[in-house]
Design a binder for this molecule. Structure first.
Ligand SMILES: C=CC1=C(C)c2cc3[nH]c(cc4nc(cc5[nH]c(cc1n2)c(C)c5CCC(=O)O)C(CCC(=O)O)=C4C)c(C)c3C=C
Ligand SMILES: [Fe+2]
Length: 417
């Protein structure tokens, strides 16, 4: 005779999925009401999630590094390293050579010989490893003359409460994967490979939706619950490359090593979720200018309908408010300034006042931050209804060179040019 435990049963039914639930019912009837019952049927393998690999090296189609136009992965680690005191151009080149070789192996799903085993049973899981150089890297390596003008420090914004210890850094790495073990393994391996050459400066961990968690693929949501990423530049746009990647010609000769690369602005933006959650859904939608349920603009249509900033409602009010985030951030309001946003959410526990320490690891990519992030953030800083629910707590700007050709390493043209 077995006593059923309703809470346990409900919880298992809720999480086990169809195969697990079938096993659970059988187990319940026979009296074996344990987690064992959930395993009675073989799990369905979502093979494409684990087996998808992204190329590290440049090929005929793409000169840029992976992790810029790659679809968002479920898990991310963002880390910055500083070169060790006494480090120079030679040791930096050796480090980048080591890291590039390792990134190629890891992204192909090949475990290292002396490996810890953390990711043995997992495939590449869409792992991408993207490397960038911070402003300080160039002085440390005697390469100041080759530092791009685009790496000038970002201006101060009024929403900034920046912690310098969690910002900038000589070298930046973005790791993304659909499997948290694969992402951790990549991070740990690269940290060990750094050896005495570089020390970790800061780390931030992010996440987005698990692939397959929604019935059909959709734009991800952020922790305010909004559909976020709809009006991003798309690779099929005719001006996409010009907006996101550094052109092959026309720039200063000293910056030729950046051709095909991009600039990443990284901001840790905490959301004041307790304040936000107090707003009615209606007010929340007016702050953004889009419907929460499906991301459709308040000017009408579906998520992908172009926004009509000039539309008036029947009662004579403007459909997209003057301080709505999508109005203030739109290229039309910023002389065409645009960037590719590829952010991850984060949650680092709760603060002393009980509020979640959570928000967005905002990462945006552009050919020139002065024609992307800077003018848009200046505008948002002055007139965005969303700004009062946000605090920018950390900031970094990095030059992300093109992907190396097979046999080469990231930044080779800079370090050996
Ligand atoms: C400086 C650039 C931007 C920062 C910083 C930023 C922060 C930020 N945004 C959201 C939520 C949404 N943003 C949306 C659109 C949007 N945001 C920016 C720029 C910044 N956002 C742009 C350029 C756009 C597109 C505007 C347009 O042309 O329509 C949206 C709407 C959906 C979408 O298009 O992605 C949401 C939602 C948060 C929560 C946030 C900081 C935490
Ligand atoms: Fe935004």
């Amino acid at each position: 005779m077995t006593t059923e435990h309703p809470i346990t049963r409900r919880r298992l039914l809720g999480t086990a999925g169809a195969a697990g639930a079938a096993g659970l019912v059988a187990g319940g009837a026979s009296g074996a009401f344990t987690a064992q019952a959930v395993r009675a049927e073989p799990p369905t393998a979502l093979t494409t999630v684990g087996s998808t690999a992204v190329a590290f090296h440049a090929d005929d189609r793409a000169a840029h590094q992976a992790g810029i136009t790659t679809p968002l992965q479920a898990t991310a680690h963002l880390v910055a390293f500083d070169l060790a005191p006494g480090g120079d151009r030679k040791s930096a080149a050796a480090l980048l050579r080591r890291w590039s070789k390792r990134a190629e192996e890891l992204m192909a799903g090949k475990a290292a010989k002396d490996d810890s085993g953390v990711a043995y049973d997992a495939g590449p899981s869409s792992l991408t490893i993207t490397f960038g150089f911070g402003r300080t890297f160039f002085d440390r390596t005697g390469l100041t003359a080759k530092r791009p003008a685009a790496l000038e420090p970002l201006p101060h914004f009024t929403a900034d409460v920046l912690d310098p210890k969690r910002g900038e850094g000589d070298l930046w790495i973005q790791i993304g994967s659909d499997d948290a073990f694969v992402a951790f393994h990549a991070l740990r391996t690269l940290q060990k490979d750094a050896g005495d050459a570089a020390r970790l400066r800061w780390q931030m961990n992010g996440f987005t939706r698990t692939p397959g968690a929604t019935a059909k693929p959709m734009t991800v949501r952020n922790l305010m619950g909004q559909v976020d990423g709809t009006n991003n530049p798309h690779p099929s746009d005719k001006d996409f490359d010009a907006r996101v990647f550094v052109p092959a010609s026309g720039g200063p000769a000293a910056e030729a090593w950046m051709a095909g690369g991009s600039y990443a602005v990284v901001r840790r933006i905490r959301m004041l979720l307790d304040d936000w959650d107090h707003l009615s859904r209606d007010r929340q939608e007016r702050v953004i200018g889009r419907r929460k349920s499906d991301g459709a603009p308040l000017s009408g249509g579906t998520e992908t309908t172009p926004v009509d900033l000039d539309k008036f409602n029947k009662d004579g009010s403007i459909a997209i408010a003057g301080d709505a985030h999508i109005r203030v951030a739109a290229p039309e309001s910023n002389h065409g300034a645009a960037m590719l946003r590829r952010p991850f959410s984060y949650h680092d526990g709760f603060r002393d006042d009980g509020a979640p320490d959570a928000g967005l690891l905002f990462i945006c990519w552009q050919a020139d931050p002065m024609k992307g992030f800077v003018p848009v953030q200046r505008k948002l800083d002055r007139g965005d209804g969303l700004s009062r629910f946000l605090r920018h707590e950390a900031s970094g700007l990095y030059a992300v060179p093109p992907a190396p050709k097979p046999g080469g390493y990231v930044g080779q043209a800079l370090l050996e040019g």
